[in-house]
Write a protein that binds this ligand. Sequence first.
Ligand code: FAD
Ligand code: NAP
Length: 542
Amino acid sequence: MSTEDAEVDAVVVGAGFSGLYMLVRLRELGLRAVVVERGDDVGGTWYWNRYPGARCDIESLDYCYSFSPDLLREWVWSERYATQPEILRYLNHVADRFDLRRDIRFSTRVEAARFDEQNSTWTVSMSDGTSLRARFCVMAVGNLSEPKRPDIPGFTSFAGETYHTALWPREGVDFTGKRVGVIGTGSSGIQAIPRIAEQAEALFVFQRTPNYSMPARNTPLEPGYVADVVAGYEGRRRMARESDAGVPFPAAQQATFEVSDEERERRYEEGWARGGINSLSYAFNDFFTDEEANQAAQEFARRKISEIVRDPETAASLSPAHHIGTKRTCVDTDYFQTYNRDNVTLVDLRKQPIEAITEGGIRTRDRDYSLDCLVFAVGFDAMTGALRAIDITGCGGRTLTEAWEEGPRTYLGLAVAGFPNMFLVTGPGSPGVLSNMVVSIEQHVDWIADCLRHLQEHGLDRIEATEAGQDAWVAYVNGLADATLYPEAASWYVGANIPGKPRVFMPYVNGCGNYRRECDEVARNDYQGFTLTTADRVGTSA
Ligand code: FAD
Ligand code: NAP
């Protein structure tokens, strides 16, 4: 039961990178906006994921906002890849510096959002029993914000301590003297495992699918170096915006087999020595599209694993077989080296699957592992999970869950037909998750803000993606993906990590730069593919 029905111009759900910047832009437009956040503070990803070893995998100097030159100058990143506490401090600084907190409702979950067709407004209902009415609703809920519940029999019977990397206790965890089990070897597990191994008496890593991981080559940043980068930042960021992955590195011009074997090896080695997520993917331009080219990079990565890991059987178990890059490539500090420690054991679940979690630990087909603590690094219901967790009802009483029964359908990853005045930030159908997400977030938020300005200037108050525009976009995005190796992997990009989730490849693969141009063109063409109206429905642009 609603105890309040306050009216604002816009409700933003989520106070991570997306929601904070959206609030800045909405205020600039003179709109009254409220951000609703279920956590008790800002930060989003960086508020929740406090596991040991958590850092960005895009360089700090690029994984940050660019909208404020003053902010850029003030904040001095201390490491090439900032730790979670440093990124969280940064987002708190942003919230304070732009005085954002006064418009954020913390510790409040948005439970439902219903579109009223008569008034073209959204009613947003919250966990505290109140509701807000707003013309516009911006879903800044995150792509990786709905933690996956471990789907293992006996999960609740374990008597020891359990942790999920995405719900890590604020006060931290001391594993000293403990027998610890980690389930999951995606980016979260791969970052946490080396740090937990340094503390635990014994660490057992339960691995179902091995992953590729590139060395981070993390290093402190000299303040002088940071100042130099910031001085030339506009060019650096422009390059990132126009690139495929939102990073300021030139795209490779040559294909893998256009060069000699020696030259190919030299480029891979150069990438490996430089480190970072694009160590191998930026060496040649056919990495994601040509099976043999991808195979060559895979072989290089597997050889590196076998050179680092001393035990050949463990090295073989750690060697991935999928096309490299088709699951998010991990970035690590000493991940493979960790398996050379005496206190670390890799349990290959392809050889001995888990039968159950028991009171005392984990039972696999071959033996019982007795454990004091269990860490679930099992990931997220990615891209659609947080949206579907909200009961969203659009035109004609149709819910988003119904509209997306066979997988998400959007226009530009920004809007959904049948859900007027609702915007998604880096939604499915956009390149967000394949990129430096802050670059994509800024682009989306800017596009949404410019769109709202356009509506204001033209006396319009309702915008809706057309079914035809959305159908064409979905077909286009699918066609792009089908020309690459991406859809073949059982990744969270296709929803394969959640039992029963429709298998649809969700991101746009044609790069941030191309996508930005396409979004800008839509806006320039009077928001082609959208219908723009006033409350009494005039001024259509189909
Ligand atoms: P989020 O940061 O996820 O924020 C969404 C917020 O919405 C959350 O605080 C959540 O509590 C809130 N919310 C959701 N639903 C509701 C609701 N119903 N009611 C109220 N509040 C709600 N990307 C990169 O580009 N580079 C990286 O190095 C990188 N590292 C990452 C490391 C980890 C551990 C993870 C999990 C992700 C990482 N990502 C990275 C992706 C990262 O999610 C994005 O870069 C970025 O932080 C997303 O910001 P956001 O504001 O869109 O979403
Ligand atoms: P993830 O990539 O989905 O990895 C989850 C892991 O858990 C996988 O190894 C998966 O194995 C395993 N798993 C899930 N259910 C299991 C089960 N029932 N039994 C055994 N194993 C199970 O999740 P994540 O590691 O949290 O990363 C998600 C995304 O967040 C990343 O891809 C990245 O985009 C982002 N992220 C980035 C960083 C960073 O470096 N900055 C850090 C963390 C996260 P299968 O593969 O076999 O399913």
